[in-house]
Write a protein that binds this ligand. Structure first.
Ligand code: GL2
Length: 806
């Protein structure tokens, strides 16, 4: 994509600094250099972006649109440099200039337009789609405020707004000419035409403009540039009649503008939980309506064909149910605006849409009150109602055995609209995100739908882009891998399997270990700079980084730390491999118990880290403000990857894949993609413990288990819980009573006590295994070798061949 060498790149930066910032290389701030480099990349990207679009138009290629409320893209500077082949040149140039590359790159504010796994998956998918050369685009919302910034004050999480756009975002291009109008509310009128068909018109709607901002998505070394289109809500010219006869009207008008802009104002900070706020529903419709209008406009630009042909050239993947209003919105446009009858419109709609389910947690399943949809989207409500009527009737006639289940399958029931049901009925494909998750969907959560539509259901195990999560974040390890197996793995990640030939190669294992030590030192340096805590880099770096959620069981990890602390206090000479427990996690602002766990981690850390008896044997650190960039620092340094969700709860997980790819050994339950990791690496290269999903589901079916009996029977458990309840960690006795009560009196809904014993024993095995470093590095190499199967390139190829048919 470029003809730069270090000298000409140097000159290019100099030129940008002069023309754009009126400064010199010597005087420029890191930020000015960052903007100059971004601008050089944009200059290279623009013509390729244009050419990619031209090519799609000329070849009439089938295109996929990935609609998602979240794209957790993090920083783009380094991956863009890498993908256009400039990273080494840029690094060298900066070093020659006496600048530290990482200081320059960290000038970019993370684009945190997502909560966690679901949003990061969308970002990895875009990278793989472009790198594999497919025509695929993301469509999302340009939230003015991303996921909140987390600060810890006296152990408590506090949230700060993430105003990521306060400085120019160099990767976006505003496209006002492609803005579309979105309508909310109003009343619907139906007129019967002479031929009996219905003409629909709307009155008194509120309209909003959706203005696209395009971010380029660069393929790796292939000159492909796809688009991530982010929509921003603005005042529609139609609404800006502006004339105000009184100051009251004027202020009313300003309020109105403000409420419109709020639609793309902020990202809802809930991960795997549903918040039925009207503004969130507005965001969903805003995204869906803008995207579909855009897709239709693109189709018309590229083809001289009727819309009924769209499914031949277009496919729309909806990321969870958040964009599932796509079903009625497509129906509305096809019928009301394009004149198709119900049957034909339904055929087109259901051949365009494919739905990915990301969770079976009941608290996450979206159910909107009928009244809310009726008020905000009256025409869509009519259509959903009709879809539901026809669907229920169809079950009644074609599946008599399901007649008594109709109320469970219905899209509308008990005054609520079940978005997952709508998405399943309105799509041609329904996929889960790991084998076990898809099985649970088919055999339990969506069992009756599976009976109705066995062919729709399929599995697509998640993946991560190895270009970012290995090559970019761990250049040391990446280069050592290339030294032994050659560079092809970057294009064909399954070739990482060739590393299996080196799992007994002592010099290779030694270099791997050196890389890990290097990464541990870098992380230790960061921790010291951030919080003044010195880490023992000879200790095991034991890492749990993910959103804070009861089902992810950070609490069990803390209980284990307290237990080890107790053991060491009782027996200071105990033979133990030193450990550093590393946490990073954001809790949803209204999730009380999750915030309590964050506080507990801090209190335990302050006791453990300041106890002279413990010396260097245990350390606990919680790193503030977990985001993509922080993950990039931690993951290369991880040695133990904590993936300890209550079995059946974690649909897939993707952090498990990232850490495995960097040579960490998983300590996990048989949940989500852990199961597939185990199947590939074998039992000898992973530490598995705890209840199986089947056992957990069985307990739930029989009302749970008796947590108190474990408390009374296991002295280790009793001691930890009594300490929790007795104010040993924290300034007062009642400090953690809610956590204590949840276990003791709400019967430990996530089986923390039940799995505690096996968890402790598994950690004893880890402790022993780590002492044999040769063996440990062999396990690490085996994990890396198999991690290629968790590249999102593999996942995308499966979507392409089974669902998208690009
Ligand atoms: C999630 C799942 O919880 C997680 O296990 C999965 O890896 C990702 C991506 O498929 O999706 N579902 C969900 O609602 N969020 C997730 O991270 N927020």
């Amino acid at each position: 994509m470029h003809n730069y060498d270090p000298a000409s790149f140097h000159t290019a930066i100099e030129g940008k600094l002069k023309r754009k910032h009126r400064t010199t290389l010597e005087e420029a701030t890191d930020k000015e250099i960052y903007y100059s480099i971004a601008s050089i990349i944009q200059d290279l990207v623009m013509p390729k972006w244009f050419e990619t679009n031209q090519e799609i138009q000329q070849n009439k290629s089938k295109q996929v649109y990935y609609i998602s409320m979240e794209f957790l893209i993090g920083r783009l500077i380094e991956s863009n440099l890498q993908n256009c082949g400039l990273l080494d040149i840029c690094n060298q140039t900066l070093l020659d200039l006496g600048r530290r590359p990482e200081r320059i790159y960290e000038q970019e504010h993370d684009a945190a337009l997502g909560n966690g796994g679901l949003g990061r998956l969308a970002a990895c998918f875009l990278d793989s789609i472009a790198s594999l050369g497919y025509a695929g685009h993301g469509s999302g919302i340009r939230y003015r405020y991303g996921l909140f910034e987390q600060r810890i004050i006296h152990g408590n999480q506090v949230e700060l707004p993430d105003y990521w756009l306060k400085e120019e975002y160099p990767w976006e291009t505003r496209k006002p000419d492609e803005a579309v109008e979105i309508r909310f509310g109003g009343t619907v009128h139906e007129h019967k035409r002479r031929d009996g068909s219905l003409e629909i018109s709307y009155e008194n709607t509120d309209s909003v403009m959706a203005v696209p901002y395009d971010v380029p998505v660069l393929g790796y070394h292939n000159e492909v540039v796809n688009t991530l289109r982010l929509w921003s809500a603005e005042l529609s010219p139609a609404e800006n009649k502006g004339l105000s006869a009184s100051d009251q009207q004027y202020y009313h008008h300003l309020d109105h503008i403000h409420s419109i802009e709020q639609i793309s104002g902020f990202l809802y900070p809930d991960d795997s939980t549903f918040e039925g706020k009207e503004l969130r529903l507005k965001q969903q419709y805003f995204l869906v309506s803008a995207t579909i209008k855009n897709i239709i406009a693109n189709f018309r630009r590229n083809h001289d064909l009727p819309l009924s042909m769209m499914p031949e050239y277009t496919v729309i993947q909806i990321n969870d149910t958040h964009p599932s209003l796509a079903v009625p919105e497509l129906m509305r446009i096809l019928m009301d605006e394009e004149g198709y009858g119900w049957e034909k419109a339904w055929q087109i709609t259901t051949n365009l849409l494919a739905y990915t389910n990301h969770t079976t947690l009941s608290e996450a399943l979206e159910k909107w009150p009928v009244s809310m949809i009726q008020n905000l989207l009256p025409r869509l409500y009519m259509i959903i109602h009709e879809i539901n009527e026809r669907f229920c009737e169809q079950i009644y006639t074609t599946h008599p055995e399901l007649r008594d289940k109709i109320h469970e399958l219905a899209i509308i029931s008990y005054e609520q609209i079940h978005m997952a049901h709508l998405a399943i009925v309105g799509s041609f494909s329904v996929n889960g995100v790991a084998k076990i998750h898809t099985e649970i969907l088919k055999n339990k959560e969506m069992k009756n739908f599976y009976t109705l539509y066995p062919k729709k259901f399929n599995n697509k195990t998640n993946g991560i882009t190895h270009r970012r999560w290995l090559q970019q974040v761990n250049p040391c390890l990446a280069s050592k891998i290339t030294d032994v197996i050659g560079p092809r793995w970057v294009h064909e990640p399954h070739k990482l399997m060739n590393l299996l030939r080196y799992t007994n190669d002592a010099p290779f294992l030694e270099t791997m270990k050196d890389c890990k030590q290097h990464s541990k030192h870098l992380l230790a340096k960061y921790v010291y700079e951030q919080q003044g805590v010195k880490l023992n880099t000879d200790s095991i770096f034991d890492v749990q980084i993910k959103r804070l959620h009861e089902y992810k069981r950070q609490l069990m990890n803390v209980f284990h730390i307290i237990y080890l602390y107790n053991e060491l206090k009782d027996n200071p000479n105990m033979d133990i491999t030193p450990r550093t427990f590393i946490f990073a996690a954001k809790a949803a602002p209204s999730y009380h118990l999750a915030k309590e766990v964050i506080k507990l981690i801090h209190h335990v850390a302050s006791v453990v880290n300041n106890d002279p008896d413990i010396k260097d044997k245990l350390k606990v650190v919680f790193l503030e403000n977990y985001n993509v960039s922080l993950a990039e620092k931690i993951i290369p340094a991880a040695e133990v990857s904590e993936q300890i969700s209550t079995a059946s709860k974690e649909a897939s997980g993707t952090g498990n894949m990232k850490m495995m790819m960097n040579g960490a050994i998983t300590c996990g339950t048989l949940d989500g993609a852990n199961i597939e990791i185990r199947d590939f690496v074998g039992d000898d290269n992973i530490f598995i413990f705890g209840l199986t999903a089947e056992q957990v589901l069985d307990y739930y079916a029989h009302g749970g288990y008796d947590a108190k009996s474990i408390y009374h029977a296991d002295v280790r458990v009793k001691r930890v819980l009594d300490q929790l309840n007795g104010g040993v960690f924290g300034s007062q006795e009642i400090e953690f009573k809610d956590l204590f009560y949840n276990i003791m009196y709400h019967n430990d809904p996530f089986f923390v006590l039940k799995d505690f014993g096996p968890y402790v024993e598994t950690h004893e095995m880890i402790d022993r295994a780590y002492r044999d470093q040769n063996h440990w590095q062999r396990m690490a190499a085996t994990n890396i070798a198999h991690s290629g199967k968790f590249s999102s390139d593999r996942t995308i190829m499966e979507y392409v061949s089974d669902i998208w048919k690009l």
